[in-house]
Design a protein around this ligand. Structure first.
Ligand SMILES: Nc1ncnc2c1ncn2[C@@H]1O[C@H](COP(=O)(O)OP(=O)(O)OP(=O)(O)O)[C@@H](O)[C@H]1O
Ligand SMILES: [Mg+2]
Length: 352
């Protein structure tokens, strides 16, 4: 439904300064979002997320590459044809971008007015949209009278007014509290299911990815560095940046007092400290007692948690493996053999 090929964007200070050094916000990227998918792009501030999403509807014209939405190549279109094509691409923003002088109904009606839809047809279309987003009783209110969550609902209704096939969301919940964020994400999921709408959303929050995305891409310094189904990404991110995002989200870091004692290299009398991630069958395996029985190591659990990510269960643990060098080596091999993701964080001296 959305296909970017070799799309890059360099910002130059002015149109005439193409020879000057610009800001290369997006290096050449390829991205494909199939129909009906909710695809998240996650990255740190300044990574190029907004640039990427704005290239999809050509709010930013890519420096190189081609953009196709719903089978239509956008980069080749005339201005008028592009305006038509944009009716099929809705967009919502972090700060809602409502017109303060128009009440809710007229905000939602605006794109239809611009398309020349009759007043009567506008009423027929806007009323069910306000019902869909749960604001049918707020049609006559002005944006200033609404909460942040309600304003985003208006923006969503407005984005849906032209019956788009694709919805682009630029940090749509970043200005909202966690409870309201949950409600807006629920609404987006509902719209995705009911209308079959394809959604591309960008965010810096793993919670957003976890709760509604089917697939996620990771962007860093203008490059897409990793793409995975969400269950796989949360179980085993492929890049260090992915692991950093996951660990921040899970808040599963070794305690400070332990970090101070961690050494990179094993000593004659040290134990490995490991971070374990396990999913599927491994979650229900009595791991700790097996390590003790089969490998002869004692396991000291320093932190642990179990998360449900879509249809999967993910277990995480930071543990010290206590035994002699041969036993701990066997224990690590045992864990790897049983499909656990094992990361040795360092080594601590025994009896320290
Ligand atoms: N219009 C512009 N002119 C020049 N540079 C820009 C412009 N817009 C963005 N940039 C630069 O491009 C890079 C990527 O910016 P972008 O807004 O896409 O990042 P982002 O990932 O959306 O960040 P945030 O999470 O803070 O919104 C940044 O270095 C930014 O300063
Ligand atoms: Mg941004």
């Amino acid at each position: 439904m959305i296909r970017l090929q070799n799309v890059s964007k360099t910002y130059y200070p002015t149109r005439k300064s193409r020879n000057a050094t610009g800001v290369e916000a997006l290096k050449p990227v390829d991205l494909h979002v199939p129909e009906g998918q909710i695809h998240g792009v996650i990255g740190l501030s300044g990574a190029g997320k907004s640039t990427l999403i704005r290239c999809v509807n050509l709010l930013e014209r890519p420096t190189t590459g081609s953009v196709s939405v719903d089978g239509q190549e956008l980069t080749d279109l005339s201005r008028e044809a592009l305006n038509q094509a944009r009716h099929r691409i809705g967009m919502i923003f972090q700060h809602f971008n409502l017109l303060t002088s128009r009440h809710v109904f007229d905000n939602v009606a605006l794109p239809l007015e611009l398309m020349g839809v009759s007043r009567r047809d506008i009423r027929d279309r806007v009323t069910p949209l306000l019902e869909l987003v749960g604001l049918d009783d707020k049609a006559d209110q002005y944006p200033a009278q609404l909460s942040g969550g309600q304003k985003q609902r208006v923006a969503i209704a407005r984005a849906l007014a032209s019956r788009p096939r694709v919805l682009l969301c630029d940090e749509a919940t970043s200005a909202l509290d966690p409870h309201t964020t949950g409600a807006i994400l629920e609404l987006l999921r509902d719209i995705n299911r009911k209308l079959g709408l394809t959604i591309l959303l960008i965010t810096h929050e793993m919670e957003v990815v976890k709760s509604i995305c089917h697939r996620v891409s990771l962007i860093s310094d203008g490059e897409l560095v990793e793409a995975a189904d969400v269950g796989d990404f949360f179980t085993a991110p492929a890049t260090q940046l992915g692991r950093d995002f996951l660990n921040d989200f899970l808040e599963l870091e070794p305690p400070d007092a332990l970090v101070e004692r961690l050494e990179d290299q094993p000593g004659a009398h040290s134990h490995p400290v490991v971070r374990l991630a396990f999913s599927g069958d491994a979650v229900s395996t009595p791991l700790v007692s097996r390590l003790a029985r089969e490998c002869g190591v004692d396991v000291s659990i320093l932190q642990a948690k179990v998360e449900s990510i879509q249809d999967r269960t993910l277990g995480l643990m930071i543990a010290e493996l206590m035994g002699d060098a041969e036993d701990t080596r066997r224990a690590l091999a045992y864990l790897q053999d049983h499909d656990l993701q094992v990361e040795v964080l360092g080594h601590v001296q025994r009896n320290a």
